[in-house]
Design a protein around this ligand. Structure first.
Ligand code: ADP
Ligand code: MG
Length: 317
């Protein structure tokens, strides 16, 4: 495995034009993206994701810090440009063009022409599952289809790296799944992907590694397996009546999704599972299943960022 994207103490300050306050969009960002992985770059709106991405692409300049892509610090060179595919946040393509015309346009921007261009368009349009609709106007595409054309556009130069800014935001669950499947396939074919999102669960499903950033600082960094440990056990029960439910809660168990006698019973960290099962039984419930429950990325995020905003509030007070 080799390092494909490397950033070191990257900062970006947007200076105010009219004597207002400068925006410290990125404070000191250091991370690495390894070849062949999906790197999830997560954080709420305004945390600095797009700023980072634009600096990686050479669209804006860092205030300080270093960027190395494919081993080179000359990130605007032709070699690097050809090897980064980019899907901007909320990408817009003219309604009156056909899907394949958009790809032709972008292919030409990359210097492709003739049979090479035609072959590349066929390949990417097939990869994103849009062959059947390639001659239709963008106007008639669903949001998911537009986004798939956006992905095809990012792939037109057959880049090693794909940088996708919020690629699934605003899509319905089926379209999201389709995009996720394509992204996972691209990874399996050897591409390196950096995907930003403010919707954590979205990326958790396919990322190998993630960073969670907040107000320009990195708060969490690691593999999903490192970060999300099994924190508690969940027992699914049936035949639970109201007095029984009350009994469980009195003895320190938490009920989730309790509906018509069914419930998920969360066993807190530190409580013996056998003990919890005994409590359920004595409350008259039947045990359906027992399984460890992982903390979700969203819970981790709230834990970490909740801590950060509390610390800030305390400092301000
Ligand atoms: N061109 C700009 N000028 C001034 N402030 C900006 C500019 N672009 C972004 N910002 C500010 O920088 C911060 C980070 O923005 P951004 O990188 O777009 O975050 P994200 O993509 O995570 O939503 C925000 O506070 C945003 O308002
Ligand atoms: Mg953004």
């Amino acid at each position: 495995m080799s390092t494909v994207i490397h950033t070191e103490n990257l900062t970006k300050t947007y200076e105010s034009a009219f004597g207002g306050q400068d925006v410290h969009a990125l404070k000191s960002m250091s991370f690495e993206v390894q070849s062949g992985e999906i790197f999830g770059y997560l954080g709420p709106n305004g945390s600095g994701k797009t700023t980072t991405i634009k600096m990686l692409l050479g669209l804006i300049f860092p205030t300080s810090g270093k960027i190395r892509i494919l081993g080179s610090e000359d990130i605007t060179s032709n070699h690097i440009r050809m090897n980064i595919g980019y899907l901007p946040e909320g990408a817009y393509y003219p309604d009156f063009l056909r899907g394949e015309e958009i790809l032709k346009y972008y292919g030409q921007l990359y210097g492709l022409s003739g049979a090479d261009l035609r072959n590349r368009i066929d390949a990417v349009i097939d990869l994103v599952g849009m062959s059947h609709a390639r001659k239709r106007l963008m106007r008639g595409y669903s949001k998911g289809m537009r986004q798939r054309i956006g992905l095809a556009q990012a792939l037109i130069s057959d880049p090693k790296i794909l940088i996708l800014d919020e690629p699934t935001t605003g899509l319905d669950p089926i379209a999201r799944k389709e995009i996720r499947d394509i992204l996972a396939r691209l990874r399996d074919e050897g591409k390196t992907l950096m995907i930003s999102s403010h919707e954590l669960m979205e990326v958790e499903l396919i990322s190998n590694r993630i960073s969670i950033i907040y107000e320009g600082d990195m708060k969490v960094h690691g593999t999903i397996d490192e970060l999300l440990v099994d924190r508690e056990v969940v027992v699914e029960v049936t035949d639970l009546d109201e007095p029984g439910a009350k009994q469980l809660e009195e003895r320190g168990l938490t009920l989730e999704d309790a509906i018509s006698g069914r419930a998920r019973v969360r066993v807190p960290e530190g409580m013996d599972v056998y003990n919890a099962i005994e409590i359920c039984r004595s409350a008259g419930a039947r045990i359906g299943s027992i399984a460890p429950r992982r903390e979700t990325l969203e819970e981790l995020f709230v834990r970490v960022v909740g801590g950060a905003s509390r610390a800030k509030a305390e400092k301000a007070a």
